[in-house]
Design a protein around this ligand. Structure first.
Ligand SMILES: Cc1cc2nc3c(=O)[nH]c(=O)nc-3n(C[C@H](O)[C@H](O)[C@H](O)COP(=O)(O)OP(=O)(O)OC[C@H]3O[C@@H](n4cnc5c(N)ncnc54)[C@H](O)[C@@H]3O)c2cc1C
Length: 413
């Protein structure tokens, strides 16, 4: 080790044991895991890199966002949404629910605590979790719960020529409202739920959006005859095979939305629920975008070949001017950037190797919550499983002679 390395090492504080589990991330998944553990009497330290809980919802979503699914499919274990909430709570209502949830469970995350590295230490029989910042604080815990989310890092396609574009380029993560784009021509790249909703929001603020649709996409009405399509699908899946349910959903979607293929939105060959099961791709739940495409207020365009100084050239050679480009191109996990020794549980993309409902448990006390591509319902299921599993070990540990090493402070690791 060179001199600089030694000096750095000396500045580091000794490792400190924390009782129970370390949970990385104070979004809905991390809070659900902490609350379920607390309900069973197992302590947990929740580490959150931002300045508040539910930070993705608070800081990284657009103003008009409401839950995509009805509230009964989005509430976390142990505490339902408040009585007066609408069927699709707004983003602010959801954040308020998260605040109340953490308070009711007695969960107080540690903010400004970015986990830079976590690795299993066989000598200690614990997870060594290194925080960022001066001194690189090192924590040790018997259990590590990964709750950093599927949406940690925005995916940004590298279009040729993007650097010379004179207009504004942003990811939907930084988009708040269409107000700033009134009267402007905006290219929205992507046609998932975010791309569709941002296009609609732009329209409602007097902008002229064009939406890039490169791949096939399933669009379903959010509701049919006033009943949630997701709810209908869940009920039907208890009675019929996924293929039969898909045929019913597609027939109903055709009645409500018409032939979306004619609008440039070609459907995949595999049905929406089967595709979700196979690939995690979520069908788009339409909240009015299709109507605006039909009336020409939102234009559907093909793949982008390159960005020009004042617009884009499409794959078919056509060129068009735009004032701004909004990337609705999704997110990826950040787990590979900080979790060492997670290779048996996580893929190189930072998603669990074992699919839902069994992807929540790894080896050596490693757990994952909120990576099942099943939204808050999936996170709730993971959280309950994790709490049950850790609680069993915690009980044995607290009643056996080994209990002292979970509670002590240590500087020899
Ligand atoms: C626009 C949008 C709408 C959605 N609507 C719905 C819906 O209606 N219903 C539904 O069920 N699902 C919905 N989802 C999907 C999903 O439920 C949400 O994304 C939800 O926020 C996921 O919760 P999470 O806790 O797993 O992740 P996040 O909410 O992203 O929380 C992860 C937390 O981990 C923190 N973190 C990350 N890395 C570190 C680190 N190294 N150290 C410390 N902290 C770290 C982050 O700061 C963040 O606070 C939606 C997603 C999006 C993007």
């Amino acid at each position: 080790m060179d001199g600089e390395g030694e000096a750095h090492q000396e500045r580091r504080r000794p490792a400190a044991w924390v009782p129970g589990a370390i949970i990385v991330g104070a979004g809905p998944s991390g809070l659900a895991a902490a609350a379920c553990l607390a309900a069973r009497g197992v302590p947990a330290t929740v580490l959150e890199m931002s300045d508040s809980l539910a930070s993705t919802w608070r800081h990284r979503t657009y103003d008009r966002l409401t839950l995509h699914l009805p509230k009964r499919f989005c509430q976390l274990p142990l505490l339902p949404f408040p009585e007066g909430y609408p069927a699709y709570p707004s983003k602010d209502q959801f954040v308020a629910y998260m605040e109340a949830y953490a308070a009711a469970a007695g969960v107080a995350p540690r903010f400004g605590a970015r986990v830079e590295e976590a690795a299993f230490d066989p000598a200690a029989g614990a997870w060594a979790v290194r925080l960022g910042g001066e001194g690189g604080e090192l924590l040790l815990a018997r259990w590590l719960v990964v709750a950093t989310g599927e949406n940690a890092v925005p995916r940004k396609p590298a279009f040729p020529g993007a650097a010379r574009f004179a207009g504004r380029v942003m990811h939907t993560r930084d988009y708040k409202s269409g107000e700033a784009f009134a009267g402007k021509k905006v290219l929205v790249v992507g046609c998932g739920n975010s791309g569709m909703e941002v296009s609609l929001d732009l329209c409602r603020h007097g902008a002229k959006p064009s939406m890039v649709v490169r791949n096939t996409v399933h669009v379903l009405p959010r509701e049919m005859l006033g009943i949630s399509t997701f709810g209908i699908a869940m009920a039907l899946l208890k009675l019929f095979s996924v293929q039969v349910v898909d045929r019913i959903l597609l027939a109903a979607a055709r009645v409500v939305l018409g032939d979306t293929g004619k609008l440039g939105l070609r459907r995949p060959k595999t049905g929406p629920m089967e595709l979700k099961n196979l690939t995690g791709r979520t069908p788009v739940l339409d909240v009015g975008t299709i109507g605006h495409i039909k009336t020409g207020k939102i234009k559907v365009v093909g793949a982008v070949k390159e960005v020009t100084p004042c617009g884009v050239r499409f794959a078919d050679g056509e060129e068009e001017q735009f004032d701004a480009i909004i990337l609705a191109t999704g997110y990826r996990s950040n787990v590979p950037s900080w979790l060492k020794d997670g290779g048996e549980v996580f893929t190189r993309e930072g998603m669990p190797k074992v699919p839902f409902p069994n992807g929540w448990k790894g080896k050596n006390g490693l757990y994952t919550v909120g990576f099942s591509q099943r939204g808050l319902l999936g996170a709730s299921s993971d959280a309950l499983n994790i709490a049950r599993d850790i609680h069993c070990q915690w009980k044995d540990m607290m009643s056996g002679p080994a209990n002292n090493n979970v509670l002590q402070s240590s500087d020899n690791v």
